[in-house]
Design a protein around this ligand. Sequence first.
Ligand code: PMT
Length: 412
Amino acid sequence: MSQKRILLGVTGGIAAYKSAELVRLLKKRGHEVRVVMTHGAEAFVTPLTFQALSGEAVRTSLLDPAAEAGMGHIELAKWADLVLVAPASADFMARLAQGMADDLLTTLCSATESPIILAPAMNQAMWNNHRTQRNVGLLESDPQIALWGPDQGDQACGDVGPGRMLEPQDIADRVDRPAAKVLAGQRVVITAGPTREPIDPVRYITNHSSGKMGYALAMAAHAAGADVTLISGPVNLPAPAGIKVVPVITAQDMLERSLAAVDGGCDIFIATAAVADYRPAQCADQKVKKSKDDMSLALVRNPDTLAAIAARNQAPFTVGFAAETNDLVHYATDKMQRKRLNMIVANDVSKPDLGFNSDHNQVTVFWPDGQQCLGPDTKITLAGQLVALIAEQFAQSLRTQGKPTNSSKVKS
Ligand code: PMT
């Protein structure tokens, strides 16, 4: 792990308090950290907090003769190996996207030649606002800048949605494991979430999948340079920036839209979706009325998207998931062989707070001549590790077939 000189920019938002923990984690890992705060950030946390944790004077103003007499802002911009802005507010991102240099932090971003990482944090409506999204698009297309997050979930204001800053632990992990562009130029299709199999116009069969694992993988594959299509069952997650999302409802829809996406060009197919294995043999046209004390529902098997894609002549590299409550190794490896997959990611969903509808997971990944345990960790951190592992095995399979592999390029 290489020690870095990190310039941590803290902008105005309630997540600023989490940045204190981030400084502590980065210092603990041996990085040098200097903190620059915007005036907005000072309303949430005092510079003294960051000074105590970083062991360095905190800069808050561009026009501070005393501070400039020490390490001037150009010197500070040159000192940094990495500029990390966490939290990055909507206002800061707007100013950065326009190339403004109207305070110390934006000036440093203009003056540095090092990578700039933004960890956005804001209210979900602000994140979804089309002007913010326009700025996100501009920042994402800037080769010097990468966005980490935001995460989704409960917000300090009571809203639920995208805009939460990644946890300090996730950010610190990513600093130490920069996203190599290991999937640059690869086309990745991912299925995510549950399917809904209608019983009548108001009822359906489904499961507890939230889509979080699949969406985290889609974001990690995108960060690794892939062109990502996400075939998503009904979930309450926002479409991640830079990713084509194809919404589906039933297993049959998932099959059709996945086949179409694969026909459009696909190098790697990853199935995280929890697809209903059965659907009602018939969907009633009208709402079914209760009459007898018991009723039975005839079910028929659904098509298996992953197996259908893996069985093709020119099949992409296929990665399945298996959620098991018992005999994990046996069931997972059996699925890998039966469905003719290149890899399978097995989660033990018998453990509380892991797997379905949780922010955390713990998995064992199997491939024909190896296996690796990952976690327990957040799905975001695991997704980065899984993408690295999938890219490694994908490259290995290309080499085995005598095909050229990507040369990886590192951003940040
Ligand atoms: O969505 P989250 O709340 O984040 O939860 C994530 C998860 C637990 C759903 C995910 O990590 C996971 O394990 N997904 C697979 C669930 C499962 O048990 O799948 P399965 O054993 O029914 O199927 C095995 C594989 O075949 C899976 O890759 C599945 O997507 C695929 N499959 C299954 C049936 C079917 N008809 N079509 C498929 O493509």
